[in-house]
Write a protein that binds this ligand. Sequence first.
Ligand code: NDP
Length: 285
Amino acid sequence: MSARIINGKEISDTIRREIREEVERLSGRGIRPGLVVILVGEDPASQVYVRNKAKACEDLGYHSEVVRLPADTTQDELLHLIAKYNEDPKINGILVQLPLPKHIAEKPVIDAISVDKDVDGFHPISVGNLMIGDDSLLPCTPAGVIELLKRTGNSPAGKHAVVVGRSNIVGKPVSMLLLRENATVTVCHSRTPDLPAVARQADILIVAVGVPKLVKRDWVKPGAVVIDVGINRLEDGKLAGDVDYEDVLETAGWITPVPGGVGPMTITMLMANTLKSCKRANGID
Ligand code: NDP
């Protein structure tokens, strides 16, 4: 039997409807969530991401600001701008689009963002809060993965989740979130021996590697839930995930397509984080 498709676009649309309803309720009290996206330089992929984030804000009725800075902006200039937005009451979320030009170090920039406005969830205090299980703004892609699982009735509780990839933005945080959701979690990476055998133990297999079509049918336990975080541009211009979708389709129980799986969830979770930060700033639970 063919796997059931996890439709990230549909789930993302549902969450956006929920957010919109809440934004309307807040607007009756004169409250409006606000997000600023700061882009340094002209990276074409980043330009697209920034446009999409601004559009999502517009669709949801958020206050939105986009700051486009030239590639030769200094680190100090960027830090000053962040300091200004940290104090701006109209702004609940500050997102600095990565990657930054080489002459700007990422860490001091991420550290400079107020934890309360850290809607990317990359600040060390947000990461620490995630680790110890305190309330925090969660990194968007990992939070999106958990939403996909829960909203398709695939609760991680009691399941064996195998995560392939250990990056700070996907692999590690998604592992912590799965643990928080009471899964038993195995984290794999480029030095894991016999990866297919480890992956085959998974009830839930999360792949965030960046190698197109790495995961084949013999990596997947029959009936397993397969979440493909990978987004890879092939030579023919098409997008492919880290999972060989066609090959795995008959073996998996559930699977996310690429595009249309995890991808649409990331910006939606950014919007959810901005709303959460806005409610907190206004003393609303
Ligand atoms: P990174 O390059 O930061 O990390 C990749 C991880 O995969 C590393 O831990 C690396 O291991 C591991 N890895 C690499 N090759 C192999 C291999 N052959 N076997 C096993 N493990 C391997 O990538 P990201 O986490 O940032 O991104 C992963 C993918 O997800 C990319 O395709 C990216 O485009 C996509 N992505 C999608 C998002 C979305 O919105 N859907 C958001 C973010 C990322 P090691 O640590 O040992 O080097």
